[in-house]
Write a protein that binds this ligand. Structure first.
Ligand SMILES: [Zn+2]
Length: 408
């Protein structure tokens, strides 16, 4: 996989390579959990299609002008679309003169001739963050793609895409990546020494984009540790204490979101504005710019009203929901780790740095309590996806989080 930047994913990368060797469909849907490398694979395919230095499945060569422009994020025939703004949605754009970074602008751009005269590629990141209207606006281009044009949609959850969109796309599935590959990526990027890489690879649970985000932000690991310790501490607390702790947890989770997704690396949309930012470094493309932890849990159409419920200032509804999604994500890890520890399966623990704390807490839990909590947290994640009130969900989970020494 020399020209590919994708880490692991032998099946998915193999499928994409085979397409480059024979025929690439006009529309592709890359599906898989957040931060496993969908966007990176999309950019590998884009580079392959726009490569002029090699042919067939020897593409991308990573050396020709086309490859270099893709690498630097300034290829005029590579169009990127990603969620943006306070609601973190992919915007549809105005009817008449749609602004860059919107679905309508993309369809207009694709109707023009390619600048370099060859292939044209559009990559839509977090495609599940298009509402139905935006998806419909893209549908016509999917149904009748302009010549030599490939549309690549990346999505965490394809159920949020219209059936008409899904049926037009060839599907490639990605899964989690083994820890060794993630460790190697962190070493190759010179982001972490060996022990740190090993720790972060486990912590990220097979999601290279998340591991990269943690490696790039020392604050993120500290904030995560704070949250995990608070959750463990709450096992011994009363109902009242837990409800008081809810807002602090949410505020810390919001700080964690900002640490993992610094504004500077927010995806820059619009082909001509891509000189810097997300697409510039392909290996990081699964990274902070929305990949890691971007759990795709934002239902389309989430409103962006302001509130002071968490984090003080003006946190939008989408940001507060996002914080709870990130909190749920690591909370599931805590429950899972507690269950591993109570079954004496410490080799499977993800958060090895907190092993002592986990063991101390697990000792007080009723058998099966952690597993029950894990099931509840998984269900809560699904509810959050379908627009449950995040704060209410958090309160319920905190009240039902096992009590140390009390049967669940
Ligand atoms: Zn090339």
């Amino acid at each position: 996989m020399d020209g590919f930047r994708t880490v692991g994913q032998p099946a998915a990368a193999g499928a994409v390579r085979a397409m480059l060797g024979s025929r690439v469909p006009h529309a592709l849907l890359l599906v898989g959990p957040p931060a496993v490398g969908k966007h990176t694979l999309a950019l590998d395919l884009a580079a392959g299609l726009l490569c002029t230095g090699a042919t067939g499945d020897a593409r991308p060569c990573r050396d020709c002008r086309g490859c270099r422009m893709v690498e630097h994020g300034n290829h005029p025939d590579l169009h990127l679309l990603a969620p943006s703004g306070p609601g973190n949605q992919i915007r549809i754009g105005e009817d008449q003169h749609p602004e860059p970074g919107t679905v309508r602008r993309l369809t207009v751009d694709l109707a023009l001739l390619p600048v370099e005269g060859g292939e044209r590629v559009a990559v839509v990141r977090d495609a599940q963050r298009m509402n139905d209207v935006a998806q419909s606006a893209l549908l016509k281009t999917l149904e009748e793609p302009p010549p030599a044009t490939t549309l690549i949609l990346c999505a965490d959850d394809e159920e949020l895409l219209l059936p008409t969109i899904r049926s037009r796309c060839a599907r490639v599935r990605l899964g989690t990546v083994n820890a060794r590959d993630v460790e190697r990526l962190l070493a190759d990027l010179e982001l972490a020494d060996a022990p740190t890489a090993a720790r972060l690879a486990r912590l990220a649970g097979g999601r290279p984009g998340l591991a990269v985000a943690y490696a790039r932000s020392p604050d993120a690991e500290r904030l995560r540790g704070e949250l995990v310790r608070s959750l463990l501490d709450l096992l011994a607390r009363s109902r009242a204490d837990r409800l008081v702790a809810a807002r602090d947890l949410q505020a810390t989770a919001m700080a964690l979101v900002s640490a993992l997704e610094p504004p500077a690396t927010t995806p820059v949309e619009g082909a001509r504005r891509r000189g810097r930012g997300a697409a510039a470094s392909a290996p990081a493309a699964t990274g902070p710019a929305g990949g890691p932890g971007t759990d795709g849990s934002e239902p389309a159409g989430d409103d962006a009203s302001s509130s002071d419920a968490a984090g003080g200032a003006k946190a939008s509804a989408a940001e507060r929901r996002r914080a709870i999604a990130v909190l749920l994500d690591l909370w599931r890890d805590v429950a899972r780790d507690l269950e591993c520890v109570s079954r004496a399966a410490t080799a499977s623990v993800r958060d090895v740095a907190l092993l002592d704390d986990l063991e101390a807490s697990a000792a007080w839990l009723a058998p099966g309590a952690a597993a029950d909590a894990l099931a509840r947290l998984v269900r809560a994640g699904e509810l959050l996806d379908v627009n449950a009130t995040p704060e209410l969900l958090l309160d319920v989970l905190l009240v039902r989080w096992p009590r140390a020494g009390v049967a669940a």
